[in-house]
Design a protein around this ligand. Structure first.
Ligand SMILES: [Fe+2]
Ligand SMILES: [Fe+2]
Length: 192
């Protein structure tokens, strides 16, 4: 019997083709779990912003205007980070859910104590970003994986910047003329 064009593409083969087409369509969409986790991260970025505003207020209260200004610039950057997460969710047809934000601490015992709180927080955020990268890998979500790489690089920068300030405070910049010099240096940062 002659092979018809139909027998060249048996049913099973066409089924497989349809399945592949369907799964490749699905991979363009974002999973509900990924949407939830990205929304949680947007919330963590908003919390970072609130924490840095609180630290900025602490520096105002001890009359370190340069430190206060620097932390305020950090606070604004964190809001921009949250916005990046929301935009990514929306671009991929998910819902950007605004979640309740925890109240940050209010008081610190010294400038070094306040900067250490910021550093410890950045380390925690790096862990959260790494967790999201692992989730993107396990979900085979290349789009989210690619999106998250900006944050992977950003966290290196964030930890480095805050650690530099902390180290200077520890080696004698924590009081007197050294502290005032640092304060005037940090005042140079622009708040957009
Ligand atoms: Fe951030
Ligand atoms: Fe940060």
């Amino acid at each position: 019997m002659m092979h018809t064009s139909f027998s060249v593409h048996p049913f099973e083969e066409r089924l497989e083709e349809a399945f592949l087409r369907q799964t490749s369509d699905i991979s363009l969409m974002i999973s509900p779990l990924m949407v939830d986790e990205l929304n949680k991260q947007a919330n963590a970025e908003i919390y970072s912003s609130c924490l840095y505003l609180a630290i900025s207020d602490y520096f105002e209260s001890v009359n370190l205007k340069g430190f206060a200004k620097w932390m305020k610039a950090q606070a604004r950057e964190e809001l921009a980070h949250a916005d990046r997460f929301y935009e990514h969710i929306i671009d991929r047809m998910g819902r950007a859910k605004v979640l309740a934000v925890e109240q940050p601490p209010f008081e610190w015992s010294s400038p070094a104590d306040a900067i250490r709180a910021a550093f410890d927080h950045e380390v925690k955020v790096t862990g959260l970003i790494n967790g999201l990268v692992n989730l993107a890998l396990s979900e085979k979500d290349n789009t989210a994986f690619n999106f998250l790489q900006w944050f992977v690089a950003e966290q290196v920068e964030e930890e480095k910047q805050v650690d530099e300030i902390l180290q200077r405070l520890k080696i004698g910049g924590g009081q007197g003329a050294g502290l005032l010099l640092m304060d005037s240096e940090l005042a140079q940062r622009k708040v957009s």
